[in-house]
Design a protein. Structure first.
Length: 166
């Protein structure tokens, strides 16, 4: 496997492990809790991460059918347990791994078209594969940070989720 894709998967797997650690610290009631009505819950963020990775890597790069209702990721108020969300994220990661493993440096510049449905209020776009994978990884890390912060907010103890206090 090309070192870039190997490192990408390592980073994505590290973030997924952090999400799994967060779930282990929370009661199920907090998975769909929103600190304020206009904020996302941990469940919403997990659905969004699953949708984004599936769209960009599994569908966009892998060419599988596009399956996503982006707005529903944010409107959901329940429907999945922490275990089900973890299984969803893990399943998508396994699919991403299969798609990224055979890629080479020659694939970096390949243009990938990400299409949104006409009434989704999100613009479709084309990006080079390398940029799309990099964006997906940064996006995953960003929202994992939000999940960690929400977990710290909701957990009953004061223990750190990561090895650091911040």
């Amino acid at each position: 496997m090309h070192p870039f894709f190997e490192q990408t998967l390592h980073l994505l797997d590290t973030e997924l492990a952090r999400i799994q650690t967060a779930f282990a610290r929370l009661a199920e009631d907090f998975i769909w809790e929103k600190p304020k009505h206009y904020m996302n819950s941990i469940g919403n963020l997990c659905l969004h991460l699953a949708g984004n990775e599936r769209q960009n890597i599994v569908s966009g790069i892998g060419g599988t059918p596009f399956i996503r209702s982006r707005s529903n990721e944010f409107f959901a108020e329940d429907g999945y347990t922490a275990d089900e969300l973890c299984k969803m994220l893990t399943s998508i990661r396994e699919q991403s791994r299969m798609i990224l493993q055979p890629l080479t440096e020659q694939d970096f510049a390949k243009n990938i078209r990400i299409e949104y449905p006409p009434n989704s209020n999100v613009s479709s776009y084309t990006k080079p594969l390398l940029q799309l994978v990099y964006h997906t990884t940064a996006h995953y890390s960003f929202h994992t940070g939000q999940i960690i912060l929400l977990t710290k907010f909701f957990q009953t103890g004061e223990e750190n989720l990561l090895q650091w206090q911040h």
